[in-house]
Design a protein around this ligand. Structure first.
Ligand SMILES: Nc1ncnc2c1ncn2[C@@H]1O[C@H](COP(=O)(O)OP(=O)(O)OP(=O)(O)O)[C@@H](O)[C@H]1O
Ligand SMILES: [Mg+2]
Length: 249
C-alpha cells in the first residue's frame, strides 16, 4: 500500500502506511533530536495509563532521512472535530481538561525539568535586553518546584479521538516534569494564538475543575510568552510582547 501523507511542515512529514504512522524528518535534522523524541515517547509509554501511539521503530530511510514509526491511530484530531462541530466546543474542552489532569497526575522522574528548560530558553532570547532576561529568570526561580508530568504542547491538534471516543495524545517531544499551571499557561497561549474566546473558556474550565485561582496560572504567562519567543515566528511577536509587557518589573 502506498504511503498517504497526513501532515507536513518544513522539518518533517507524517505518513500513514497501513497500521503504521511514520514521521520522516528532513535531511540534516539533528539525529539527537530524533532520538530524543523517540526516547521521551518511550518513557511516557512505559509510565502507562495515558493512551499514546506505541513507538515501533527508529530508522534511516533509503534517502538518508531519519524516521520514527508508531501505531497509526484511527480517528480525527480534536482540532478537526472542533472545526466540524463548534456547537460541541464546551464538551470537547471538558474532555481535553480531564485528559490534561490525567497527564498531570503522573510523574516521570527522568524527564528534563520544565524550569531548567524554560531558563535555558529565556537565556537564549536575543530579542530581549539583558535586564528583562534577568528579571524573567528571577521570576522563574521564585516559582514552586513541582514534578508533575507536563506535555508541553497540549493542544487540540495533538489529540486524536478514536471513533469509539477514546482520546490519544501525540507529540510528546516537549514533555517535561514541572508545574501544572505552567503547562496550562502554555496551552492557554497556544489557544490565544488561534482564538481568544476559546482560550478564555479553556482557562475558566481548568480553574473551575481544579479550584485553581486564575492568578496562579496567570503568573506563568510572561514566562511562557518569553519561551515561545525562541521560535521566532513574526506573526506571534505582537501578542508575545504584549504579554511580556504585562509583567511587572
Ligand atoms: N500515530 C498517529 N496516528 C494517526 N495520526 C497521526 C499519528 N501521528 C501523527 N499523526 C498526524 O500527524 C499530525 C502531526 O503529528 P505530530 O504532532 O506528532 O507531528 P509534529 O511534527 O510535531 O507536527 P506539528 O508540529 O504539526 O505538531 C497529527 O496532528 C496527526 O494528524
Ligand atoms: Mg503536533
Amino acid at each position: 500500500m502506498a504511503r498517504e501523507l497526513l501532515s507536513s511542515n518544513a522539518a518533517k512529514s507524517v505518513y500513514r502506511d497501513g497500521d503504521l504512522a511514520i514521521k520522516v524528518f528532513c535531511k540534516g535534522f539533528p539525529k539527537s533530536e530524533v532520538l530524543n523524541e523517540a526516547l521521551i515517547s518511550a518513557r511516557i509509554e512505559e509510565i502507562g495509563g495515558i493512551n499514546i501511539p506505541a513507538t515501533l521503530a527508529v530508522a534511516v530511510e533509503e534517502d538518508g532521512c531519519w524516521s520514527i514509526t508508531k501505531d497509526f491511530i484511527e480517528g480525527k484530531t480534536l482540532k478537526q472535530l472542533i472545526a466540524e462541530h463548534p456547537e460541541n466546543l464546551d464538551d470537547y474542552l471538558d474532555k481535553m481538561v480531564d485528559l490534561q489532569l490525567l497527564i498531570h497526575s503522573k510523574s516521570c522522574p527522568l524527564l528534563t525539568r520544565l524550569k531548567d528548560k524554560m531558563a535555558r530558553q529565556i537565556s537564549e532570547i536575543s530579542q530581549l535586553n539583558p535586564v528583562s532576561r534577568y528579571d524573567l529568570l528571577t521570576r522563574l526561580d521564585c516559582t514552586p518546584k513541582h514534578t508533575k508530568l507536563c506535555h508541553g504542547d497540549f493542544q487540540p491538534d495533538n489529540i486524536i479521538v478514536k471513533p469509539d471516543g477514546t482520546l490519544y495524545v501525540l507529540d510528546w517531544v516537549h514533555a517535561t516534569q514541572g508545574n501544572a499551571s505552567a503547562d496550562v499557561a502554555r496551552t492557554y497561549l497556544l489557544f490565544c494564538l488561534e482564538n481568544q474566546e476559546t482560550a478564555d473558556r479553556y482557562m475558566k474550565l481548568f480553574c473551575q475543575k481544579t479550584g485553581t485561582d486564575i492568578r496562579y496560572v496567570q503568573q506563568w504567562l510572561p514566562l511562557v510568552a518569553a519561551a515561545q519567543l525562541t521560535k521566532k515566528r513574526p506573526e506571534e511577536a505582537d501578542l508575545l510582547h504584549k504579554w511580556l509587557n504585562v509583567c511587572e518589573y
